[in-house]
Design a protein around this ligand. Structure first.
Ligand code: KIV
Length: 299
């Protein structure tokens, strides 16, 4: 079986947008690819300004944005809504719309329909789905529809129950070989890149070396061609527990908490609003207004 990637013919990219061939060249030059999740326009603008290559509108939104316990409940409509907000603001980064659970499992037709909605309504440049095996035919069908598709293997949160929870994958020779074969099969099926989640670093390194397409790691070690972190995890905005592979680069929840406490104290103590936060009315207009009130009070 040949493992050469089949790159879908891309639609005309927006001016300034990174291209898939440029992303592939980054792997071959050994330049690391930076990917982060985002779920709204301000976050997308900040990620763009920071120079990231890829923005994933992940179905992690279910947990970090919508308050669910897992990624399973988020719907395609909800994912499209969030993706639309991100694509309005992201100029250079490629935006990947995550296909949520239930939007591609039934048939190739369903998968292509969902990917097309994500591209047309969400404005996504690319889409992502989880798994291999039966999903290879979904990947092939989406790639054949000229929509770039990213794979995702290892810990696949949509099937966490089947995997026995949010656990690292590929920790035996047999399981690692299965991941290796799945990665090659996803490349052959047409993926432009593959996310490796919670996979031992040496396993991810061998998969990365075997693939022509870039791997993006999350809990998969430093040998992957790029890394991704969830916005809320890396910035300290998520109140739930975070996996051990997360590195926190900020304490935004702490800063927001302090700002809200200061605001509440200001409102309660009369420190806000001050003169500069209010609008004036000319004296004669105010006098006429008062006269109008007096007249109403008399009648
Ligand atoms: O949904 C998501 O944020 C993801 C990343 C963790 C890769 O799939």
């Amino acid at each position: 079986m040949s493992t050469r990637p089949r790159t879908p013919a891309p639609a005309t990219p927006a001016p300034g947008k990174l291209s898939l061939p440029e992303l592939a060249e980054m792997k071959h030059r050994g330049d690391r690819i930076v990917m982060v999740t985002a779920y709204d326009a301000p976050a997308a603008r900040l990620a763009d300004e920071a120079g990231v290559e890829l923005i994933l509108v992940g179905d992690s939104a279910a947990m970090v944005m919508l308050g669910h316990e897992s990624t399973v409940p988020v719907t395609l409509d909800e994912m499209i809504f969030l993706t639309r907000a991100v694509t309005r603001a992201a100029r250079r980064p490629l935006v990947i719309g995550d296909l949520p659970f239930g939007s591609y499992e039934i048939s190739d037709e369903q998968a292509v329909g969902s990917a097309i909605r994500m591209a047309k309504e969400g404005g996504a440049d690319l889409v992502k789905l989880e798994g291999a095996g039966r999903m290879l035919s979904r990947v092939r069908a989406i790639a054949d529809s000229n929509i770039g598709i990213m794979g995702h293997i290892g810990l696949t949160p949509q099937s966490a129950t089947k995997l026995g929870g949010f656990k690292a994958q590929g920790r035996s020779a047999a399981a690692a070989l299965q991941l290796y074969d799945n990665a090659l099969a996803l490349q052959e099926a047409g993926c432009f890149s593959i996310v490796l989640e919670a996979v031992p670093a040496p396993v991810a390194a061998r998969i990365t070396a075997a693939l022509e397409i870039p791997t993006i790691g999350i809990g998969a070690g430093a040998s992957c061609d790029g890394q991704v972190l969830v916005w809320h995890d890396m910035l300290g905005m998520y109140a739930g527990s975070t996996p051990r592979f997360v590195k926190r680069y900020g304490d935004i929840a702490g800063e927001i908490g302090e700002a809200l406490a200061e605001y509440a104290a200001d409102v309660r103590g009369g420190g806000f609003p001050a003169e500069q936060h209010t609008y004036s009315i000319p004296d004669d207009e105010l006098a006429a207004f008062d006269a109008g009130i007096r007249e109403r009070d008399r009648s």
